[in-house]
Design a binder for this molecule. Sequence first.
Ligand code: NAP
Length: 234
Amino acid sequence: MRTAVVTGGGSGIGKAIAERLKADGLRVATLDLNPPATEHSYKADVTSREQIDEALTRIRASLGPVTVLVNAAGLDGFKRFADLSFASWQRVIDVNLNGVFHCVQAVLPDMVETGWGRIVNISSSSAHSGQQYMAHYVSAKSAVNGLTKALALELGPAGVTVNAVPPGFIDTPMLRKAEERGLLGGTIEDHIQRTPVRRVGTPQDLAATCSFLISEEAGYITGQIVGVNGGRNT
Ligand code: NAP
């Protein structure tokens, strides 16, 4: 039985992915800033290598080596570029990009030792389209797509696949908060009318994609950016 770690697994997309992987028969641990009080939920800030390593020591002790990693933890932010503080720029880059660096490096030895691994990075459709007032977030998520491609080349010979799944317009607490604050350029309903499949995406749409990319059958798919966005970005 494989062991998976899902960062950001306590909410939204990460939570749906964790539930799906459990249903698929994997042992699953989640890492969050404020983890839910459930079994195999661990507290770690993905920007802290020390906290990640501490959590992984406990996860390995109870669930064994980690050969599946889904990086879903993320932090958005909305500010005109002219008003964006460097501290805010740094935090968003730190969580969305450096968090992926730390988590991949921390679990990689288990995958290399096993000769098998699956890494899925949840980036963002904004990396394709750009997004005003989100320069820091778009930059970080674009870099995650680039990192995915570089790692796929490097880790393929070790039996590890690395893919990115950029979501677009998925109904989660992050999207609802942005709507409440008037940051979406319209309501969710307005956006549905501009979405080719005429609905908002669900966390389960992402979970199904991750489930496939993690499966044995997906072993020939690596270095890909697999958009889940209802046709909003093609
Ligand atoms: P969400 O409901 O806000 O979930 C984000 C999760 O990330 C939370 O569990 C949060 O933990 C965790 N997190 C944030 N900062 C962290 C940190 N420093 N260390 C550890 N965990 C941290 O958002 P979501 O919509 O599901 O987003 C999931 C991923 O999809 C993110 O990477 C996001 O950028 C991406 N995405 C979402 C959409 C969308 O339409 N929803 C679109 C494009 C991309 P706490 O709750 O404990 O803080």
